[in-house]
Ligand binder design. Structure first.
Ligand code: PLP
Length: 413
């Protein structure tokens, strides 16, 4: 069971919605910090453990600053993401550059920043050399293909556009070494929003096996394996968060079984999780505009899928709290919608809620990852502000809302 509580009292939430124009995303700094610490604590047996926070989850400098303070790095997939992380004080090997279909100039920028470059394809060795040169440390993204099935969300690895195949892997490292690389790492990402910890443990088994293979076949000793992201969060009330201590213990067992006897200890283990770090600590705060009755009952919010696309895009469940009515019985059944001219602009379908009235404050949970970040401007909707609920209880704007001028800024009239 996951508790879906507000980060402040209902009364305070109502005040915040009065003080700041809705809709807006609110991030709970303390929750994020506790989560980051729990992650590090779970892997304290790994001396160089680091999570490279996936910037795409919540690309805001204030969030990245917190990540930096908690000892995390940043996983970037584009030049702007590299710039954001760099501005937050992360540099060199605190930056992981895991891109795909990468333009050469972004390889150059990553190289110049001293980021760890994680190549998505064997042909990119050449692209990187032409664009910038071969860095001393190089990583490859591994796609196990038919040797492993991805989880339901990320799909079958054979269909995935990412990574170097099992067959290409040895050649990739040999080529990189010939090109001057002297330090090596191995990455994979075969799950997304996974709540079953055994999946993560199996990912470690797969990477450890390739670590041993690279050593046996090429004499290459990896510095670290990068488990990617993909640890899920309990969006549904009846789901449980992944037990990180159990996952860590499972990985340690495999480490002692596989890596230590192969003489490959120490091998560092890192992750690139975004969702599990900030996802549960974001809240989309909205106000009810209309409650309407057609063939069904509808609650129309002042937010739309421009603020949170996951329900419309994936049919994803996001828990909803009607502020001040937490203790009332969910006697009604509503579709909770936005204002886009798209019928899939719904935050929830057939959701049981207490009776909702115009002007009620409705909070949508778990928007701290892939929430604001996926925002878009379809129907000329403006993206909302973001606020940080600081550990001391004060609230700070960390991104203002877009204005019509922002929207028009790129137009030639
Ligand atoms: C999206 C992504 C991540 C982060 O995934 P989460 O679900 O946020 O943990 C990490 N690495 C890569 C390469 C990604 O594409």
């Amino acid at each position: 069971m996951s508790e879906k509580k507000l980060p402040v009292s209902s009364q305070r939430m109502q005040e915040l919605a009065q003080e700041y124009p809705t809709p807006f995303h609110l991030y709970d700094e303390q929750g994020i910090r506790m989560q980051a610490r729990a992650f590090r604590e779970a892997f304290s047996w790994v001396p160089g453990f680091k999570n490279y926070y996936a910037v795409k989850a919540c690309p805001n400098p204030a969030i990245l600053q917190i990540m930096k303070e908690e000892g995390f790095g940043a996983d970037c997939s584009s030049l702007p993401e590299l710039i954001l992380a760099n501005e937050a004080g992360m540099s060199n090997e605190d930056l992981m550059f895991t891109s795909n279909d990468t333009p050469p100039e972004e390889f150059k920028a990553a190289y110049d920043l001293g980021a760890v470059i994680n190549l998505d394809d064997i042909s990119h060795i050449r692209t990187l050399q032409m664009a910038a040169g071969m860095p001393s440390l190089i990583s490859f993204r591994y796609n196990p293909g038919p040797d492993r099935t991805g989880n339901a969300i990320i799909g079958n690895p054979v269909e995935a556009k990412y990574g170097v195949t099992t067959q290409q892997l040895l050649s990739a490292y040999a080529q990189a070494r010939d090109a001057g690389a002297t330090r090596f790492a191995l990455h994979t990402m075969v799950a997304s929003n996974e709540l079953d910890g055994s999946y993560i443990v199996e990912t470690a088994r797969m990477l450890f096996a390739q670590t041993i293979r690279l050593h046996r076949e090429l004499g290459i000793r990896l510095e670290f394996v990068n488990m990617g992201g993909g640890i899920g969060i309990p969006y549904q009330v009846d789901q449980d968060a992944m037990d990180l201590n159990q996952v860590s213990a499972g990985i340690k067992e495999l480490y002692d079984e596989m890596i230590v006897p192969a003489g490959l200890d120490p091998l560092n283990i890192v992750f690139e999780c975004g969702r599990m770090v900030t996802g549960p600590f974001g809240y989309l705060v909205t106000r009810v505009r209309h409650v309407t009755e057609k063939y069904k009952q509808y609650v129309g919010l002042d937010a739309s899928m421009a603020n949170l696309m996951r329900p419309a895009l994936y049919g994803a469940y996001h828990h909803i709290t009607v502020v001040g009515k937490e203790d009332q019985k969910p006697t009604e059944c509503y579709d909770v919608t936005g204002s886009l001219c798209e019928n899939n602009d719904k935050f929830a379908i057939d959701r049981k809620l207490p009776p909702v009235e115009p002007n009620d404050i409705v909070v949508i949970h778990d928007t701290g990852a892939h929430g604001h970040a996926m925002g878009f401007n379809y129907n000329a909707k403006l993206r909302s502000a973001e606020y940080l609920l600081e550990s001391n209880g004060s609230v700070r704007m960390i991104r203002r809302a877009e204005t019509i001028d922002d929207l028009f800024a790129t137009l030639h009239w």
